[in-house]
Ligand binder design. Structure first.
Ligand code: PMV
Length: 317
């Protein structure tokens, strides 16, 4: 029986995606820009089967109607006129209990796996559009290096896909430290939370206008390898996203005490002339941007904070 194995890496947005202009097609309100994380990946194996089966990190998943992966498979079958069922085994190489987002790498690896097993020969652009239908950020995980997801303007979403803007060898000195924290609180899914933000946050519109403009500054800063500029823009964009989340109705909060402790540590390090910046997605984990020379010092400082379980050092994947 034919079996295909694919993998995709996770990514962290330096300019965030937060909000859709079309819920069904996963079309974003604004463009976003990310960097691929070298050491966080999902590996997926796929084969044809009599019925759909899904095993995630060794656990059988219940494929009921609301299951995101089943919805994605059904979308795929309809769009590409595929009349097959699949057995899918997927595994993350990072601790799942830690609440690190796996949907980006997961749906990107699955899109590649479906493309291969059904011998569709989709272009990277079409793969990105397909992965987008599982999770917006997955559209960026099709690519390595620095990746721009253009929001597009068409109603059918055919111009809303990601592309690589600098490859994974462009900035070998850049490091992203993923501080894995103890996350006991149940988080609101990003899908639900971003919908609430778009509809209710008084800060939303201002932020997305500014954020969209910052994409050009960010591209210029990466081009010039201007680390302070990259870090400053990324940190501000992240803080503004979290402010729109906080000012939504109902009000929401992803930071935990430990998140604030890490933020303060990053700021203390900066006051001591160690250049580092943070960015945070829809959860309590913190990603710290730095350059290789400072990596060990920063890692040791963060590691000592009570509640930090692990630090995964990534370069541009
Ligand atoms: O792709 P989703 O639905 O998991 O949303 C991702 C949202 C953020 O991680 C907060 C930002 C981003 O651009 O990745």
């Amino acid at each position: 029986m034919k079996k295909i194995i694919t993998s995709a890496n996770s990514n962290i947005a330096l300019i965030k995606y937060w909000g859709k202009r079309d819920e069904n097609l996963f079309l974003p309100t604004k463009s976003s820009l990310s960097v691929c994380l070298s050491n966080l990946s999902t590996t997926t194996s796929i084969e044809f089967s009599d019925s759909d089966q899904l095993i995630i990190n060794g656990k059988i998943s219940n494929l009921d109607k609301s299951n995101k992966i089943l919805k994605f498979l059904n979308f795929f079958r309809e769009k590409y006129n595929v009349k097959k069922s699949f057995k899918i085994i997927t595994k993350n190489n990072f601790p799942t209990a830690a609440g690190l987002a796996s949907s980006a790498s997961g749906f990107a690896a699955l899109a590649k796996a479906l493309n291969n097993i059904c011998a569709l020969s989709l272009s990277e652009k079409d793969l990105s559009i397909l992965a987008r239908m599982g999770s917006g950020s997955a559209s960026r995980s099709i690519f390595k290096g620095f990746v721009l997801w253009n929001k597009g303007i068409k109603v059918d979403g055919q111009d809303s896909y990601a592309e690589q803007i600098f490859d994974n060898n462009y900035w070998p000195d850049l490091r992203i430290l993923v501080a894995v924290v103890d996350s006991s609180k149940k988080k609101i899914s990003s899908r639900d939370a971003m919908k609430i933000s778009v509809e209710t946050s008084p800060l939303y519109k201002d932020w997305i206008d500014r954020s969209e403009k910052n994409i050009f500054k960010m591209i210029e800063a990466i081009k010039n390898k201007d680390f302070q500029m990259v870090g400053t823009i990324a940190e501000n964009d992240c803080l503004e996203m979290h402010e729109t989340i906080r000012t939504s109705e109902p009000k929401m909060e992803y930071f935990q005490d430990i998140t604030l402790k890490i933020i303060n540590c990053v700021r203390d390090l900066r006051r001591n002339n160690i250049s580092c910046y943070f960015t945070i997605d829809a959860g309590p984990n913190v990603k710290i941007l730095c350059l290789n020379n400072d990596c060990e010092k920063i890692k040791n400082s963060i590691k000592n904070i009570d509640g930090v379980q692990d630090i995964i050092v990534c370069s541009v994947g």
